[in-house]
Design a protein around this ligand. Structure first.
Ligand code: NDP
Length: 387
């Protein structure tokens, strides 16, 4: 029965295919039609530049509005996603897999010599499949990298809202759920308010479109970042079933936070937000105008290229520290009775430590002596005085 439940819940259904198709179709149409600032991306090796239409906030608000109106008019159920979480997970996984088959096959056949579409084939199938072979593949004029990350962030919010609707329906809305939902909404809205800053991040400028990125954006972000939200519902079903199969202990979902704990939780969110947003904003502004004031003073610039003021003078990746604090704040509402809700911060910790190493290698190669000078000026990688 237990294993049967899991297997049954994981089988993709036509309903889940329909949900996914409608979601992607909406994103494609909204992304191309809604007004938004056209932001030039970084200059690529061949001198070309992509332009990104940053209309994600409008697309998200419209989507949530449509979702709300559709639910109110009984055209769809607000719990359409939370009712079929595992089905949607497996459907999205299969979609990611198939997308990569197509991208890999078309990438291999590409004759392009331009930076965006030139295939980088190492001959190691697993490596090429995982990391991808093209920098900026497109489909019907849509930049897939930008599209996928947008889908992941919006998908995360939709899952959360659907779980919230389920909670309200069940009459089991808790203070923890409200805090978690609030933090995530603020984080996701902020992401889209500052969507243009994404155009200078590692994923957009340096990462090729491989299974790692497609799976990460479409499956990992929406489905694992929402584990905390699922505590009261989907996860309860899974964990209670796994409890019998694997001897995994059952999560205690009833968390009562003290006022002090709730305030401390808000504090972690706020500090994380200030560091995360502040650091990413400072770098973005610096790239646009290297003379722009940082914290009211002219910036310290190393070799004319690297910012060593503000957050970037405290640690070489303060933005990662901010993100980690934010991730922690999303899990703290769940209390400390189980490590399961801490999946996201733990995963992010591992990812960002690894990513910092990769970025360090990239910057060492790109900036050479200037990077070494920056490292001696700012010795801390992510955590000031620790690492
Ligand atoms: P960064 O935005 O930190 O970008 C790194 C690049 O910035 C470097 O390759 C270099 O590129 C440039 N750079 C580094 N140091 C300096 C400096 N001192 N002065 C000027 N330029 C500098 O990395 P990411 O793209 O990895 O992260 C962006 C955000 O996304 C972070 O806040 C991160 O936490 C978040 N993130 C979240 C994830 C999640 O799963 N939640 C996953 C990954 C990232 P250049 O060649 O342009 O100079």
């Amino acid at each position: 029965m237990d294993l049967g439940f899991l297997l049954h819940a994981l089988i993709p259904s036509w309903n889940s295919v329909a949900v996914l198709v409608v979601f992607f179709a909406y994103l494609a149409i909204a992304g191309s039609m809604l007004p938004g600032k056209l932001v030039p991306g970084v200059t690529l090796q061949d001198g070309s530049r992509l332009h990104y239409r940053c209309n994600g906030l409008l697309a998200l608000l419209l989507l949530v509005g449509l979702f709300g109106v559709g639910s109110k008019m009984n055209l769809l159920s607000p719990t359409v996603i939370s009712d079929r979480g595992l089905e949607l997970l497996s459907t999205t996984f299969m979609f990611s897999f198939l997308t990569m088959v197509v991208l890999y096959a078309t990438g291999c056949r590409s004759q392009s010599k331009g930076s965006s579409l030139k295939p980088h084939i190492t001959g190691n199938l697993m490596h090429d499949w995982w990391y991808g072979i093209q920098l900026n593949p497109q489909f019907m004029g849509i930049d897939l990298k930008f599209f996928f990350v947008r889908a992941g962030m919006m998908g995360w919010l939709l899952i959360n809202l659907s779980v919230l609707a389920k909670n309200v329906e069940d009459g089991s809305l808790s203070q923890s759920m409200i805090l978690y939902q609030l933090f995530c909404v603020l984080y996701i809205l902020d992401y889209f308010v500052h969507e243009e800053y994404m155009t200078s991040t590692w994923d957009i400028i340096a990462e090729r479109v491989g299974f790692m990125l497609v799976f990460g954006d479409l499956v990992w972000i929406p489905f694992t970042f929402s584990i905390q939200a699922c505590n009261n519902d989907l996860e309860k079903k899974i964990t209670s079933n796994l409890h019998h199969i694997l001897g995994w202990w059952l999560l205690n979902n009833k968390v009562v936070l003290t006022l002090a704990a709730a305030i401390a939780n808000c504090f972690v969110f706020l500090i994380g937000y200030l560091v995360f947003r502040g650091a990413n904003k400072q770098k973005h502004i610096f790239k646009q105008n290297p003379k722009a004031l940082i914290w009211g003073k002219p910036p310290k610039v190393i070799g004319g290229k690297l910012l060593a003021s503000g957050y970037w003078g405290i640690a070489r990746h303060s933005n990662y520290l901010g993100d980690l604090l934010l991730a922690l704040s999303f899990s703290l509402p769940c209390g400390i009775s189980s490590p399961v809700p801490y999946f996201y911060p733990i995963y992010l910790f591992i990812l960002l430590i690894w990513r910092e190493r990769r970025d360090e290698a990239r910057c060492t190669e790109k900036y050479k002596d200037i990077w070494a000078e920056y490292c001696s000026f700012v010795p801390w990688r992510i955590f000031p005085y620790l690492y």
